[in-house]
Structures are given as C-alpha cells and as structure tokens.
Design a protein around this ligand. Structure first.
Ligand SMILES: Cc1cc2nc3c(=O)[nH]c(=O)nc-3n(C[C@H](O)[C@H](O)[C@H](O)COP(=O)(O)O)c2cc1C
Length: 339
C-alpha cells in the first residue's frame, strides 16, 4: 500500500500522526537511510543447515530479537487495536510493548493476549499518581518489564498534526471518558520536570526490570546503568521528537561501548527488513524494536496484517543468517559489517 492508499484508509489526520515525524522529517528519513548505508560482509562455506535467531534479553531467552515498539492510539489504525497487535506478537513469538497512550486498557490487552510476552511503556505524567497507577496495573496483569520513555518532556514539533488538528476520539487507558482530545492536549500531560532523581521511584514501584527508552548519548547510557536500568533503548522516537538528531544506527555503537555489557542495549528507528535487524545485532544490540511497519500491517488487515509483517521480518532474518554464514543470531558481530 502506498501513502495515498493509506491516507484513503486512515484519513489524513491519523495517517499524518502515524507516518509523520518532527520538523522537516530529516531524522525520520535518516533513520531508514542509515541502516541502508551499512554494508554486510558475508562468510561462505559455513554449515547453515540449522539456524537459531534467539537472543537473551533481561535474562530471558527470546525466540526472536524483534520487539514491537510501543505505539499510541492503535484503534485509530484498525478496530483490532492494541489487542490485535499483541495477539500478532504472541502468534509470531515476538515481544509486545503496550504504550501508556493506548486505546485499549492494560487489563483488556492482557486478557486478549494472555500468552504474549508483554512489556509496558510508561510516560511520566505531571500527575505522578496516574503513572504509578499504570505501573500497578501492568504488574497486576503480568507485564514483564517497564519501559520508561525519557525523550518526551514535551511533544515534538509535528507539522502534520498541526496542519490536520488530529484528535484522539477513542477512550484511552489514561482518559477513559472517550472525549476527543488533540495530541497537543494529551502531550501537555507529560511532566517536563522529570529528572534522573525521579527514576528510582519507578524502579521501586515496578517490581520488574526497567528499561529507559530514548537515549542517544553514551554519557546518558552510563547514567541509566547507574540508576539501575536493566536495559536501554537507543531511540530518537521514530524521528518524532527533535528533528536533526542522530539516527538509532549511528547512536548505537558508542552506547554499546559505554554500557560495556552492564545492561542490555536495544535500538529502534527505521528498521524495516530482516537484514536491518541483523545489522543492529552486528553493532552490538541485544534486540530491536520495530514500529511503523507493524502499524501499517495492522491498518491494512488488523491482527492478521500485523502478523504477516512480523512473520516476514523473522523469515528475512532467517535468510540473512543463512546467507551471512552466521547460523546463530547471538554470534553476529562487527566482523560481518563493512561501513
Ligand atoms: C504512531 C507512533 C506512536 C508512537 N507512540 C509511542 C508511545 O506511545 N510511546 C513511546 O515510547 N514511543 C512511541 N513511539 C515511538 C516508537 O516506540 C519507536 O521508538 C519508533 O516508532 C521506532 O521507529 P520506526 O517506527 O521507524 O520503527 C511511537 C511511534 C509511532 C510511529
């Protein structure tokens, strides 16, 4: 489906919100471009008759390194919404991250996809109690990790949303009344005064491993380890926050060096193909998050569409492992790359 077909399906407002980025969308484009700039360097005459894409993250074996990124307002893409995406993740052995800005409640997603490996993404709101209540619900309903997003003190400068005035009309976990709210009204709930000193409160409340999402600098990655994060997501929020920041692919290597194995490092932004997933692992990531492709699958065909996208990513990764001469994903390293 091209952009015109997606706009016809979703309307300009929702399409602009999902597809768009901040400012001139330079980072949005660079996210994809920077994976394609990296060249692979395959090894031949290796026995690749059996292959294993599994990785270890937060001390657990994941059958695949693909994690579905937290994305808000999924019922605006398709009525299956977050439950459909979570079921697609379960069906493909992927990990699913539920957004704090979801259009399906924490409990309902858990009930719809009890077998999915579910993590919960947290925004810290000005009303801290709202965030703490979300954490308590995530714990109660079997979510296994808390992903605190730290690159969103305020909303990015998103011109598509300014133009369309996109409003969320589905009830939200944080606003169950279902009254229509613009994204700028919703983003105004975020707490711009959040600092490193506040993270401990959430580590304590979580009772599950905590990841910090939205880190681009190695010194911030070190601070994340110091405050007890079990994982870091190197991310520029899909190019939606500050335009012209560096891409996930470019930010990753210095962060991996700084963390030096003391926490798991995940990366996102512009990962579109199984070979992009392999490149991230070669650069030292333990796993990757994939956003928009899953959303486009959901938009086109609900749960089945999201499932098809995840299945293809896994199959592409499997082909990549074979053709790289590296049958085990955990053995991918920089020797398989030429920059
Ligand atoms: C429509 C949309 C909504 C998003 N909502 C959230 C969110 O609620 N919380 C969050 O931490 N990140 C959110 N993100 C960022 C994603 O988690 C992820 O970092 C990014 O989409 C990855 O880039 P990709 O879409 O190029 O794969 C959102 C991204 C998109 C595209």
């Amino acid at each position: 489906m091209d952009d015109a077909e997606l706009i016809a399906l979703l309307g300009e407002g929702a399409h602009g919100y999902f597809a768009g980025g901040a400012g001139d969308e330079l980072t949005l484009r660079d996210n994809e471009a920077s994976w394609s700039r990296i060249r692979l360097s395959p090894q031949v005459l290796v026995d690749v008759s059996s292959r294993d894409a599994s990785v270890t993250v937060l001390g657990q074996r994941l059958p695949h390194p693909v994690v579905v990124a937290p994305m808000a307002y999924q019922r605006h893409a398709h009525e299956d919404g977050e439950s459909g995406t979570a079921r697609a993740a379960a069906a493909t052995d992927s990990t699913f991250v539920l957004s704090s800005q979801s259009t399906t409640s924490i409990a309902d997603v858990a009930a719809a996809a009890p077998d999915a490996r579910r993590w919960f993404q947290l925004y810290v709101f000005k009303d801290r109690q709202v965030s703490l209540d979300l954490v308590a619900q995530a714990r109660e309903h079997g979510y296994e990790a808390l992903v605190v997003t730290v690159d969103f003190p305020v909303g990015g400068w998103r011109e598509r949303d300014r133009r369309t005035g996109f409003s969320v009309t589905h009830p939200l976990a944080i606003n169950p009344t279902g009254e229509s709210m613009t994204t700028s009204e919703l983003f105004a709930m975020h707490d711009p005064s959040l600092t490193w000193d506040d993270i401990g409160e959430f580590t304590d409340a979580a009772g599950m491993p905590l990841l910090l999402k939205g880190i681009l600098r190695p010194d911030d990655a070190e601070r994340a380890v110091d405050v007890g994060a079990a994982g870091i997501v190197v991310s520029n929020h899909g190019g939606r926050q500050l335009d012209t920041v560096l891409s996930g692919a470019d930010a990753l290597p210095p962060v991996v060096d700084a963390v030096a194995g003391r926490a798991d490092v995940l990366v996102d932004g512009g990962i579109r193909r199984g070979w992009d997933v392999a490149k991230a692992l070669c650069l030292g990531a333990d796993a990757v998050l994939v956003g928009r492709p899953v959303l486009w699958g959901l938009a086109q065909n609900g749960q089945a569409g999201a499932e098809a996208v995840l299945t293809q990513l896994h199959d592409e990764l499997d082909t990549t492992l074979a053709l790289l001469g590296c049958p085990n994903a955990r053995d991918l390293d920089a020797s398989f790359l030429t920059r």
